[in-house]
Design a protein around this ligand. Structure first.
Ligand SMILES: Nc1ncnc2c1ncn2[C@@H]1O[C@H](COP(=O)(O)OP(=O)(O)OP(=O)(O)O)[C@@H](O)[C@H]1O
Length: 276
């Protein structure tokens, strides 16, 4: 871990990102400052920009502005060591669905160098070293991914909804492990999720991404001060109203079409309807 303790773990100022030049930004004026040891939940509706933001922090997407730092270093130009990003796309990689034995797989990514942590994680995640990667379930594959990603002593962990397919016992043990990492080593965790069960004690901060912006950049959260689920529902209802207003102003609408375009669509689909 870098020795300068005054450095913020994550320091993101006024980050703006558009997928293409001239497009409306999907992230606009994002601010987030996390200290070492913070456990922060990233909340927001589907499409709000959480994954995009995490991938930018992980140095996987180039932004025009140079205003995102992790432990004092520019996330893209001078990426710091000690940052682990775990996202859902990993399990689509054909390599991790091929006929490799888990013990070989973990050794090929350095498991033998981190034996004590690896073995602790194998216990927590209940992983069988003899599994073959092409023969295991999605949740089991996810556990191998987490073991692989967490076995080094990371400083900053960027988690993008990778606990969704874990069973509740493994998930609860994993959350305890992560909280302990922040308390004992000062490791920092930014975790995007839609599932708040069992997370009441986890965050000390919450960041709400609302349609690509951060109106509630940092809510300081006391363990179990309120029901996270209820708070999320309230914020997401607010997000939906805002999104609808924004889309209506542009003449767009989600859901069923009621205008003449629907008749056109019906004619089009009837041509291909072989069900009668
Ligand atoms: N490759 C892409 N090209 C263009 N737009 C994209 C691309 N990937 C995502 N988007 C758009 O960027 C916006 C933010 O997507 P993002 O995946 O960051 O949202 P999210 O908050 O992580 O959503 P979810 O909760 O569903 O995972 C969405 O409007 C999405 O449609």
């Amino acid at each position: 871990m870098p020795s300068d303790d005054s450095l913020l773990a994550i320091d993101c100022n006024d980050l703006t990102f558009a997928w293409r030049d001239g497009d409306e930004p999907v992230l606009e004026g994002i601010n987030l400052q996390l200290d070492r040891g913070d456990c922060c939940l990233l909340m927001g509706a589907n499409g709000a920009g959480k994954s995009t933001f995490l991938r930018i922090l992980a140095g996987k997407r180039l932004t025009k502005t140079r205003n995102c730092r992790i432990l004092g270093q520019d996330v893209f130009m001078n990426p710091p060591g000690g940052v682990v990003y775990l996202g859902t796309e990993w399990s689509n990689n054909p390599v991790v669905r091929s006929d490799i034995v888990v013990s070989h797989f973990l050794d090929s990514v350095g498991g033998y160098r981190h034996r004590a942590r690896r073995d602790r994680l194998l216990q927590i995640l209940d992983v069988d070293l003899d599994w073959h990667m092409h023969e295991i379930s999605d949740g089991e594959r996810r556990r191998v991914q987490l073991c692989m990603g967490l076995m080094t002593e990371w400083d900053v962990l960027l988690l993008d909804e990778v606990t969704v397919d874990l069973d509740v016992l493994v998930r609860a043990d994993l959350i305890d492990f992560l909280k302990n990492e922040s308390q004992t080593r000062g490791a920092t965790i930014l975790y995007a999720t839609h599932i708040f069960d069992g997370l009441g004690e986890f965050p000390n901060k919450i960041c709400h991404i609302q349609l690509g912006k951060t109106p509630r950049a940092l809510v300081h959260w006391k363990p179990n001060q309120a029901d996270l689920f209820k708070v999320a529902l309230e914020w997401l209802r607010e997000d939906r109203i805002l999104r609808r207003e924004k889309e209506e102003a542009k003449g767009r609408m989600r859901g069923p079409k009621t205008d003449s375009s629907y008749k056109d669509a019906q004619t089009f689909f009837e041509k291909y309807d072989y069900s009668h």
